[in-house]
Each structure stands twice: as structure tokens, then as C-alpha cells.
Write a protein that binds this ligand. Structure first.
Ligand code: XXG
Ligand code: FE2
Length: 353
């Protein structure tokens, strides 16, 4: 690695995820028939899906493969030249890179894939096939219509090191979760003017925690829950529906047929000013991850998807050597609070808010 890094690429937004699935028909049924994502194109090995307001070829590629994993977290950059900039940046960091003038998947042109310093497969591209933006095609909307790709979430053992890297890559921190000693458990990073394009969750990694799609309204998320119930699929609901503390968004987490986690998310806040204030949450605050105080299920902290290297092999997972949020907040440490100063969760009769 060189002492001074070259400038990073100008990243516009998170753009698509390539996900390896073990049963393409089952995954297609989940994402298309249940969730209502739109098929742009498909063949016997892959399905290219987009959300209703999207104009680029896809936001999610389901590719059939032997091991369920994330093959690429792809970001759109501002100019064709930013793909060169990305390649030079990651080479200078000593990372493995691979450049393909015709892209790695259908619909995408010149792109570079890298195994980044945290072990994640990141892709950067500008050239992409434009397709019809279906925003006005209300005859295609379902009550739970997914309108945009909102963010990725990544699990990594060392969130502080991850913050330093992602900030150097040009991301801005919008929120984080810390303890009284300044230990960081999770952090949220943006390029577009929302709370995040990606986030780091402290845990065994590198692994993909989830991909998140947004709906227009909260009621769309409730409609998805109703549909899952009607289909006798309530067991795919892992967490929620609820209101996040971090991001203030309304949310639901579900698991696909391979266990890949999908978040449905809506109505976070605008973050585009240069002096957008960073929000730091106390890890002991019971409302940080669910504003209504509902506990986070342990699987949400422990389970995540493997990620692949540039040869298509799973990247080995390394444990977090610092306390995890699961131990600190669900373990019997007794330090969590709902009102600052309280030592117990719950409303004591007779106390004033
Ligand atoms: O998108 C998100 C999340 O990262 O999935 C989780 C926004 C907030 C949260 S949290 O559980 O911290 O409220
Ligand atoms: Fe999320």
C-alpha cells in the first residue's frame, strides 16, 4: 500500500446486489411473486430484478450457484472515468481488482470489482442500460410495492477500522452506536442524501447483513405483513414491523429461501447538507434499534450471508474480538434503559415521563 492514497471515486449511490441463490425458482417466486420486484430480464441461470422507480437495468441479480452468498455489492459512480479512479484507488490500497470492459453481469458496461480492505466484493460502474421507469404505471403496483433500492448492510469485526476505510472512500457517517468507553458497535454511511447507502454492523465478518428496499409509505409494509400471513409465510418475518431509532425509518426484516435477509424500509430523513449532524446512540438505550422498545431477536445479530471473493469462493469469516451488541444488550448485564437514569427496562407505575 502507498503512503498517500490517490483520490477515491465519486460514488453516487448503492445500485445493485448480485446474490447467489441455491434454488433459482424458489428465489424468483419469493422476490417476484411475493415481493413484487419487476423482472427486467432472465435466463436459466439468473434473474435481473428492479424496483418500480428504478431506471437502470436492475437492483438485484439472483444467480444460481452452489453456495448461498453475496457475489457483489455494486455502486454507481458519477462518470465513466470514476471506474478508472476506483481501480487505481483499490490497487493503491493493495486490494485485488478485476476490470471488465463489458461488465460482470447483463445490463452493466465497463466495471471494476475489488475485494476491499474489509474483505467485501465491491463493484463500481457507470455504464448501464436504461429501462422503463415504472413510477407512473400504477396498474403494476401491489399494496406492498417496493419502489427503490435503499441500502446494504455489512457485518465486519472491526467497525472502527471499517469507518476509517469507508470515510476515506468518500462516505459520510450519519449515525452510530457507541458505549460509554467509545467502543463503536455499528455505523451508517451515506453518499446519496438519505441516512445510508451502506452500514457496518459489528460481528463475525465479512458477511452481508441485508439488502433494503423502500416503499412509499408505512402502510405498504403492513400490507406485506398481511400478504405473508395470507400466504401462510409468517415464518419468513424475522423482526418487525417497527420504527427504528437509528434512521427513524419504519421497517420489516424478512428472510428469503436461502436465509438472505431483506429489509423493507421507509421514511428516513434528508441528510444532504454538508454539515448534516451525526447522531450517536448509546448502546444501552433500548430505543436505539426499535423506537417502541421491542427487543431485537438474537438471530438478527448472529445470522448473515457469506460473501464471495473474485474467484467465486466464500471469504473466510473472522470473529469480532470486542463485545458484541447482542451480549451487551440482550445478555443479563442489566445496564440497558428506556429512560436515562433507569436501570431496568419498563415503565414503573407512578413515574412521570
Ligand atoms: O437500516 C437500518 C438498519 O441498519 O437495518 C438497522 C436502520 C436502522 C437500524 S437499527 O436496528 O439500528 O434501528
Ligand atoms: Fe437496514
Amino acid at each position: 500500500m502507498t503512503d498517500t492514497l490517490p483520490p477515491p471515486p465519486d460514488i453516487v449511490r448503492c445500485a445493485y446486489l448480485e446474490l447467489v441463490v441455491t434454488d433459482l425458482a424458489a428465489s424468483r417466486a419469493f422476490y417476484v411473486d411475493v415481493l413484487g420486484l419487476v423482472v427486467t430480464e432472465e435466463d436459466e441461470n439468473a434473474v435481473y430484478l428492479r424496483s418500480l422507480e428504478e431506471f437502470i437495468h436492475h437492483n438485484l441479480v439472483l444467480r444460481k450457484g452452489p453456495v448461498a452468498a453475496a457475489a457483489a455489492l455494486a455502486f454507481r459512480v458519477r462518470t465513466p472515468g470514476d471506474v478508472d479512479v476506483a481501480e487505481a484507488y483499490f490497487r493503491a490500497r493493495g486490494c485485488r481488482t478485476e476490470r471488465r470492459a463489458h461488465g460482470f453481469v447483463t445490463g452493466i458496461g465497463d466495471a471494476v470489482r475489488v475485494t476491499d480492505p474489509l474483505g467485501f466484493p465491491y463493484e463500481f460502474f457507470y455504464q448501464v442500460e436504461h429501462v422503463e421507469r415504472l413510477a407512473w404505471r400504477y396498474e403494476l403496483y401491489s399494496p406492498g410495492a417496493l419502489v427503490r433500492l435503499d441500502h446494504f448492510n455489512q457485518v465486519t469485526p472491526d467497525v472502527v477500522a471499517g469507518c476509517a476505510y469507508l470515510e476515506d472512500l468518500g462516505f459520510r457517517v450519519t449515525e452510530d452506536i457507541e458505549d460509554e468507553d467509545g467502543l463503536v458497535y455499528a455505523a451508517w454511511f451515506r453518499r446519496k442524501s438519505t441516512v445510508h447507502d451502506t452500514a457496518l454492523t459489528g460481528g463475525a465478518g465479512p458477511r452481508l447483513h441485508h439488502i433494503a428496499f423502500s416503499t412509499h409509505e408505512k402502510h405498504n409494509i403492513l400490507a406485506i405483513c398481511d400478504k405473508l400471513g395470507a400466504l401462510r409465510m409468517s415464518d419468513v418475518i424475522e423482526r418487525g414491523p417497527g420504527r427504528h431509532g437509528v434512521s427513524n425509518a419504519f421497517y420489516l426484516y424478512i428472510r428469503d429461501p436461502d436465509g438472505h435477509r431483506v429489509e423493507i424500509y421507509t421514511q428516513d430523513y434528508y441528510t444532504g447538507d454538508p454539515d448534516n449532524p451525526v447522531v450517536t446512540w448509546d448502546v444501552h438505550d433500548n430505543q436505539r434499534r426499535d423506537w417502541w422498545g421491542n427487543p431485537v431477536v438474537p438471530s438478527w445479530y448472529t445470522d448473515a450471508s457469506l460473501v464471495l471473493d473474485l474467484d467465486g469462493n466464500p471469504v473466510p469469516v473472522v470473529d469480532r474480538d470486542k463485545p458484541s451488541e447482542l451480549e451487551v444488550t440482550i445478555g443479563a448485564d442489566g445496564f440497558s434503559y428506556t429512560r436515562k437514569g433507569d436501570t431496568e427496562k419498563g415503565f414503573k407505575l407512578g413515574t412521570q415521563l
